[in-house]
Write a protein that binds this ligand. Sequence first.
Ligand code: GRF
Length: 203
Amino acid sequence: MGSDSNKKEVKSLPRLGVLGSGKGSNFAAILKAISERQLNAEVALVASDHADAGILKKAVAAGLPSYVIREPKYKTRLSEGVEKELVRQLRAANVDVLILAGYMRVIKTPTLEAFPGKIINIHPSLLPKFRGLEAWRQALEAGESEAGCTVHLVDEGIDTGRILGQARVPVLANDTPESLHARIQTQEHRLYVETLKQFLQNL
Ligand code: GRF
């Protein structure tokens, strides 16, 4: 065989930016899948709006670049200047796809325009049912017999973007909000990795 046929095309791995506000169990599942080579990607930057969030601690422990978003004014969104600086950081890290993993603020125009069709979220309900906060509690209080989680693209609405994947769990008679959320989270960890894998393959 000639030497040319031995040359493999080296395709660079998609670079993930991750935003989270909480403990980061979905991020941990994604990291595990990357380390076990189930997911072909690399984490370029992990950012959080809480300096002491578990997700940031996990990023630092894994030796990954991290960034603290400092928002002095709003609780549920970022000021435009703060969001533009976040986008600058994500771009500087060469992020291709932005993953929301328990990020508790609404994504606005600067980020949506920087990553069109490339922002993904996981939400703890079977969308379009139960958008917004504590969706597992909403499902329980509505007397649903089934709950679950959804991975979807992010658009300007709250939990309204195109659905990429869903997983279902039963609601049990003795469930508390906590027990139901825990059951949903087990599925989240599997679903997020699986859906992301498909999404990245089709980039
Ligand atoms: C998950 O329930 C996810 O669906 C929601 O926020 C929670 C994040 O959990 N968007 P974790 O920080 O990944 O453990």
